[in-house]
Design a protein around this ligand. Structure first.
Ligand SMILES: Nc1ncnc2c1ncn2[C@@H]1O[C@H](COP(=O)(O)OP(=O)(O)O)[C@@H](O)[C@H]1O
Ligand SMILES: N[C@@H](CCC(=O)OP(=O)(O)O)C(=O)O
Length: 379
């Protein structure tokens, strides 16, 4: 399970870093913005910039800060109240970061994203170009989910996942997840104070997922599981992850100096190209193609394209160019990719040989439903 013990933190050699801070840290366990902590992170990020490293900060805390500002001591359950709290709290977050970074002569920029923004290829490319432009300008981008519009359908859901998506979006070398624990333990240290600490492991190691309990604070959303899954996601673009305590003195600067702090989850998975990574990072898809055994084998074992003849059922509504899931006969998603036909046309040609497409639809745009160059196989 554990990788060989590193001598030097992976952060030392990272030149582009995404750092994520959780709600419990930013708002001191929901008691209002911890401006002192914010000032410390700003100072550390300023120091990293001085070393020539580019840093994007993903910060949670809008809902927790909004709750504090509105005088609510219990997290509301209604979506609209959560969204209202986030809208109130985001003002405080943006202001606190702006003030803290200005002390180091650094400008900040607010980036609010949803899953839908990252799933749409053009908006994804726009977000990427904007982030690169900001980094070139020496600005520190501060990212959060756009909670005002993020209902379940278009939400990323938690900022650990958002941190990984941003890591992949800008092809960062590393993701630092700062939380209220020293890092990952073999079980939740709040429930089991004797739990063993995991100093290093391979991102994507399945045994890690069993270690994670729920959230500790009641303020945060993700808990440790979303951090472990974020590390796995980031590893797909070759980025290493460190989960560490945001309360550890100068944690980011010391990591950059090579000190091993927290849990280091190394990227040792095969790296996907940026375009394939974009497909892999779709959290929700517009539709599914249910494959028969022969088509599943052709895709997974023979590296072939998907032809209409191997599709038994088309689920959902999609257009050509959308990312669609391929479901194997056991019901598991085995691949995903850009589909060449709309859902209604796919329904008409499924189960048919490609030679019949013209007769059925009146014309042929592609003989494949999904071309092998436009699909990824999932494990
Ligand atoms: N195996 C584990 N190792 C460490 N922390 C864990 C583990 N399982 C669950 N947790 C809990 O996850 C919490 C951190 O997640 P969360 O509250 O969502 O924080 P954040 O706001 O930083 O995202 C910790 O306080 C801890 O109680
Ligand atoms: N967008 C939400 C983030 C929710 C979230 O993921 O929180 P956390 O688990 O503390 O990172 C907010 O700012 O409150």
């Amino acid at each position: 399970m554990t990788a060989s013990a590193p001598q030097v933190s992976v952060i030392a050699s990272a030149s582009r870093i995404v750092s994520k801070v959780g709600s419990s840290l930013v708002t001191n366990d929901g008691k209002g913005l911890d401006r002192e902590a914010v000032a410390h992170w700003a100072g550390q990020i300023a120091a990293l910039r001085q070393q020539g490293k580019q840093v994007v900060l993903v910060s949670s805390g809008a809902i927790a800060e909004g709750m504090a500002r509105l005088g609510w001591d219990k997290r509301p359950t209604s979506m609209h109240e959560l969204q209202a709290a986030a809208a109130v709290g985001q003002m405080g977050l943006a202001q606190a970061y702006e003030v803290a970074f200005a002390k180091h002569n650094l400008r900040t920029a607010q980036i609010l994203l949803t899953h839908e923004d990252l799933a749409d290829r053009q908006r994804y490319l726009n977000a990427r170009s904007t982030l690169f432009a900001l980094l070139r300008l020496g600005v520190v981008p501060i990212v959060n989910e756009n909670d005002t519009v993020a209902t379940d359908e278009i939400a990323v859901g938690d900022n650990d996942t958002l941190g990984a998506l941003v890591t992949n979006l800008i092809e960062a070398d590393a993701l630092i997840i700062l939380t209220d624990q020293r890092g990952l333990y073999e079980s939740d240290p709040r429930k089991n104070p004797a739990a063993k600490f995991v100093a290093h492991a391979c991102a994507g190691d399945l045994s890690l997922e069993a270690m994670a309990g729920g959230t500790g604070s009641g303020i945060g959303k993700g808990g440790m599981l979303t951090k472990i899954l974020a590390a796995k996601r980031a590893a797909r673009s070759g980025a290493h992850t460190v989960i560490a305590s945001g309360r550890e003195q100068d944690v980011m600067v010391r990591l950059a100096a090579g000190e091993c702090i927290g849990s280091e989850l190394r990227a040792e998975l095969p790296v996907l190209s940026a375009r394939k990574q974009w497909m892999a990072d779709h959290l929700r898809m517009r539709g599914q193609l249910v494959l028969d055994a022969g088509a599943t084998r052709a895709l997974i074992e023979e590296g072939k394209s998907l032809l209409p003849i191997g599709v038994k059922e088309v689920r959902g509504e999609f257009e050509p160019g959308d990312v669609v899931a391929c479901i194997d006969p056991s019901g598991k998603e085995c691949a995903r990719g850009l589909v060449n036909y709309s859902a209604s046309d796919a329904r008409r040609i499924m189960g048919q040989p490609s030679t019949k497409i013209a007769d059925i639809l009146g014309s042929v745009s592609e003989t494949e439903l999904m071309h092998r160059d436009n699909l990824i196989i999932l494990d």
